[in-house]
Design a protein around this ligand. Structure first.
Ligand code: GTR
Length: 332
């Protein structure tokens, strides 16, 4: 046998061994796990995942580590989910918005005003409902993902470059970028504006060229995506409180040893509360920067007209989740 053929034969034997789950040699080899986020280094979600990498390195003597691809380097969140599904990417930190398109029950968190406030959202994701929904991602054979942890994304509010929005009437006719899930576009339309679905990587130029008048996001994202100087009217509608989610590629997970899987699950889960601390500090910094940039930050004392206006969204999508919504509402 030539050396080349011998190598190929050896590779064949190993491939068969792997297929039958007997590949201790592979399980012990050095592995750099890829992680991606749309946010830059220093953003709370990114730092929380970098910290998982440090813990993995410490626990495995450097055998497992994480390479972070921040700032949309691997594309938008839809692409990140697809890459995790095929095993090209191991950790994807994405919003529940796009994951709802893959695991339907998650869409319950995408209903406008489903949470009373941020504290309510936290109580829900920290409790049994949060655990069940993570497990649903993991157990759903079509998802291709393992649900590791929830992360905080505060509350989303509207910003635009045209005018102050003090009431529903002011939203009329404004073209507002929404994340690509029909529930969000319908939410904007129900509020009187025009919802335009778009991935984050296109939003800046769309605002600059007038394809959209604005977007909606939490203060840290509004600041960190560089949208503040372009769209200086910010209204704290807090219409969507959508948690972030950290997923791991099912394909990559299945190829790991039980011990390594346990480390991923453990450090993944620990990142939930670590990220939250980083988040709370970041919100304060972002709000200060937004105000210092001369943005008129408008609070809405009575959100009831906004909540009433999104009733059609609840009529269209809410009935599927009635039991789950009731359980969410019952969480104190
Ligand atoms: C951010 C969130 C991202 C993404 C982004 C968006 O708040 O952290 O995961 O959802 O908003 O609007 O696309």
């Amino acid at each position: 046998m030539t050396t080349r053929r011998m190598l190929m034969a050896a590779a064949g034997v190993l491939a068969v061994a792997t297929a039958f789950g007997a590949a201790p040699a592979f399980a012990q080899s050095k592995q750099v796990l890829k992680a991606a986020d749309v946010h830059p280094m220093g953003y709370p979600t990114v730092d929380a995942v970098v910290s998982i990498g440090k813990k993995l390195e410490a626990a495995t003597n450097g055998r497992l580590s994480i390479q972070m691809f921040p700032s949309m380097q691997l594309g938008g969140e839809k692409e990140m989910i697809e890459q995790a599904q095929v095993g090209a990417l191991q950790f994807a930190r994405v919003s529940v918005g796009p994951v709802g398109a893959v695991v339907d029950n998650l869409n319950v968190f995408n209903l406008p005003f489903v949470f009373r406030d941020i504290a309510h959202m936290r109580a829900v994701v920290d409790g049994p409902i949060g655990d069940e929904l993570l497990k649903e991602i993991t157990d759903n054979p079509k998802s291709g993902m393992i649900g590791l942890a929830w992360m905080d994304s505060g509350a989303r509010s509207f910003y635009n470059k045209v005018r102050d929005v003090k009431s529903l009437a002011d939203l009329k006719g404004l073209k507002i970028r929404m994340m690509g899930n029909p529930m969000f576009v319908d939410t904007m339309n129900a509020l009187g504006g025009n919802g335009v679905p778009m991935q984050m990587d296109q939003v800046m130029s769309a605002m600059q060229t007038g394809v959209v008048d604005g977007a909606e996001n939490n203060p840290p994202s509004y600041d960190s995506f560089g949208h503040v100087p372009v769209a200086k009217h910010y209204t704290l509608t807090e219409h969507l409180i959508i948690p972030e989610i950290l997923v791991f590629s099912r394909k990559a997970f299945d190829a790991m040893s039980k011990e390594d899987q346990a480390l991923i699950m453990k450090f993944g889960k620990e990142s939930q509360l670590e990220q939250r601390k980083l988040w709370d500090a970041r919100v304060v910094v972002a709000m200060d920067k937004i105000k210092a940039a001369g943005v008129n930050v408008i609070t809405i004392a009575d959100k009831k007209p906004f909540q009433d206006a999104v009733k059609p969204v609840w009529d269209k999508y809410g009935s599927k989740y009635t039991a789950l919504v009731k359980r969410i509402q019952d969480v104190k």
